[in-house]
Design a protein around this ligand. Structure first.
Ligand code: MRU
Length: 353
């Protein structure tokens, strides 16, 4: 297994509550929000204090535990009924990242399969949330190792372009796309990361840049519109991005702007990789057109910080994700290996905890 561990853990179980790194305040402030109640966890997911598909899944799992812990009844059926209501609330936070729904389903499965008292179910819920958290760390490290096997061999060290933040902050603490980057760095194969700033919420500028600086990985920040130019100039050897939901045919939803990046990568004959855990693949959806795309508040577009940058009378459209068609994707790097998008079903449909 590769080194270059991250020291950043966005979701931590600590003394009977959950500590979340407040990602809305990075890079200027590094601090934690303490979460005791499932309602507060739902709000933290909605407001993107915690964000990134796998991290959302881990947070939701703890949210299910916190919700279960607060249920007063000793009656098993009534407990399960109320836990279903907690699940409904958490599912309503963000629609695109399927890890949210996967983690909630796994927590409900634990509850239904634990035959015992309500206290025993509650204990089992905590254990499953902690397992989901720990597993994600190992999964991301495996994704990093698998990614290293498919990165292009070049005489010089690689420049990798990434979009949004698919790093430690977006997972349990290592990263998917940035996990591949970390492995490449640890093995001396990386020259630098080019990070798209990622309008409108600037996860690249604020979070990816911060993470790379923390770990001493050379990073060059560009605005999203500079990616094609950098490719044309020969500055980019590969693109590696994360995913929020991958349909059975390999179509991939990820942060808005990923699709245009894939088009320009193809135009310049540059390999385009998606790095994601098996839990991000949704085999119930045949293609990307079925993936729900979150629309967020217009203020993300018309304001920078507290400053409004647009004139009165303009209308806005703010989709948070787009879908990259499978035929633009060189390979999908999972913890089980890297596969062409059209191999996913054959290779992976059976593997899911
Ligand atoms: O809106 P966000 O910041 O939650 O979007 C995050 C992304 O699009 C990531 O690329 C994706 O969730 C993968 S994170 C490993």
């Amino acid at each position: 297994m590769s080194s270059c561990p991250s020291q950043v853990f966005p979701v931590v179980w600590y003394e009977n509550s959950v500590l979340l790194i407040d990602q809305t305040r990075l890079p200027h402030e590094y601090g934690f929000v303490e979460i005791h109640r499932c309602e507060d966890m739902a709000q933290a997911i909605k407001t993107m204090i915690v964000r990134g598909a796998p991290a959302i899944g881990v947070a939701a799992a703890y949210g299910m535990y916190l919700g279960g812990r607060a249920i007063q009844t000793q009656n098993r059926d009534e407990f399960l009924h109320q836990l279903e209501e907690v699940a409904v609330m958490l599912r309503a936070t963000r629609p695109t990242a399927v890890n949210l729904f996967w983690a909630i389903a796994r927590m409900l499965k634990t509850a239904y399969e634990t035959l015992g008292s309500v206290a025993e179910i509650q204990q089992a819920l905590l254990q499953t949330a902690q397992t989901i958290n720990a597993e994600d760390l190992h999964t991301c490290q495996a994704i990093g190792d698998r990614g290293l096997e498919v990165l292009p061999s070049t005489p010089e060290k690689l420049n990798i372009l990434t979009h949004c933040n698919a790093g430690a902050l977006a997972t349990a603490g290592y990263g998917t796309a940035l996990g591949v980057v970390r492995c490449a760095w640890a093995k001396g194969r990386l020259a630098r990361v080019y990070a798209d700033e990622t309008r409108p919420r600037l996860q690249g500028a604020k979070l990816t840049a911060w993470e790379c600086v923390q770990d001493g990985i050379p990073v060059t920040l560009i605005t999203d519109s500079m990616a094609a130019h950098c490719m044309q100039r020969g500055l980019i050897h590969a693109v590696v991005v994360g995913a929020d939901r991958i349909a059975a045919n390999g179509d991939t939803a990820n942060k808005i702007g990923t699709y245009s990046l894939a088009i320009v990568a193809q135009a310049h004959n540059i390999p385009f990789f998606v790095a994601a855990p098996r839990s991000t693949i949704d085999f119930s959806l045949a293609s990307g057109s079925e993936i729900p795309i979150e629309e967020r508040d217009a203020s993300e577009i018309y304001a920078i910080g507290d400053t409004t940058i647009t004139p009165e009378g303009v209308e806005f459209y703010n989709p948070a994700f787009d879908v990259t068609p499978a035929d633009l994707i060189t390979a999908i790097i999972t913890e089980y290996g890297a596969f062409a998008p059209n191999q996913l079903q054959e290779k992976l449909q059976a593997n899911l905890v």
